[in-house]
Design a protein around this ligand. Structure first.
Ligand SMILES: Nc1ncnc2c1ncn2[C@@H]1O[C@H](COP(=O)(O)OP(=O)(O)OP(=O)(O)O)[C@@H](O)[C@H]1O
Ligand SMILES: [Mg+2]
Length: 221
């Protein structure tokens, strides 16, 4: 049976992809088949005669399932701006069905693990009043929250978990991602979150670290 997790974060650039790749590496290291899925990406470079997104490329590298970049990232928007605005600029509509079909397509290959990364934070607009969070609700996925440990993260982390739970979804837990070598009062911030977050701390990912295979594989088992 395939286990699918949705990875959200406290903001953009908080380490969702970094942590997702470590989760994929841990799964692969544990002898599992694992694939990353980034349904909606904004920010692509023209390489090898195609528009390629960095997150999707990282997932292609970290996955051990035979898939193409397009299967990992079906909706690739060129400018690195809010996806619904990029879509509007390109004259296209971001389709929930494409996101769901893309996931079903990967799941049909029967990997042990699918790591699906959102874009931005939890309440990502898709345009016309729609949100990516509604797709995750429809799919009833377990959610893992990556907390980018920096000033302001306490409020962002608490509100994010509150919103996911209010949407009726299970927050499997959160991962504290150390975004730089030294965050002043890191331990105190971590302790504050541990006390206040209504979901368990699954792991801490230190800055520039190699994956803690054991700990991360446990999350996915
Ligand atoms: N623990 C870490 N150690 C070292 N570098 C990190 C760590 N976490 C994140 N980074 C770096 O910080 C940057 C942002 O991380 P990442 O791309 O994973 O964020 P993201 O939340 O996926 O962003 P986006 O919203 O664009 O998808 C990247 O350059 C990444 O390599
Ligand atoms: Mg990312």
């Amino acid at each position: 049976m395939t286990r699918t997790y949705f990875i959200t974060g406290t903001d953009t650039e908080v380490g969702k992809t970094y942590v997702s790749c470590q989760l994929l590496a841990a799964a692969v290291n544990a002898g599992k088949t694992a694939v990353g899925y980034k349904p909606v990406a904004a920010g692509c470079e023209w390489r090898d005669e195609a528009w390629q997104n960095e997150d999707a490329m990282a997932f292609l590298q970290a996955s051990n399932l035979a898939v193409t970049l397009n299967e990992i990232n079906p909706i690739a928007l060129q400018p690195a701006i809010a996806p619904h605005i990029a879509a509007q600029e390109a004259g296209i509509t971001i389709s929930e069905q494409v996101i769901k079909d893309g996931l079903a397509h990967l799941q049909a290959k029967q990997p042990d693990v699918v790591i699906m990364e959102g874009a931005g934070g939890w309440r990502l607009p898709l345009g016309d009043g729609r949100f990516l969070s509604q797709v995750v609700q429809d799919l009833a996925l377990d959610v893992i929250v990556v907390v980018g440990m920096r000033l302001g993260c306490l409020n962002h982390a608490l509100l994010t978990v509150e919103a996911i739970q209010a949407d009726g979804l299970n927050v499997k837990g959160w991962i504290a991602n150390q975004l730089n070598e030294t965050m002043p009062y890191f331990n105190q911030n971590l302790a504050t979150l541990e006390a206040l977050m209504p979901a368990p701390l699954l792991a801490t990912v230190p800055y520039g670290s190699k994956p803690d295979y054991g700990r991360l594989a446990q999350i996915l088992s």
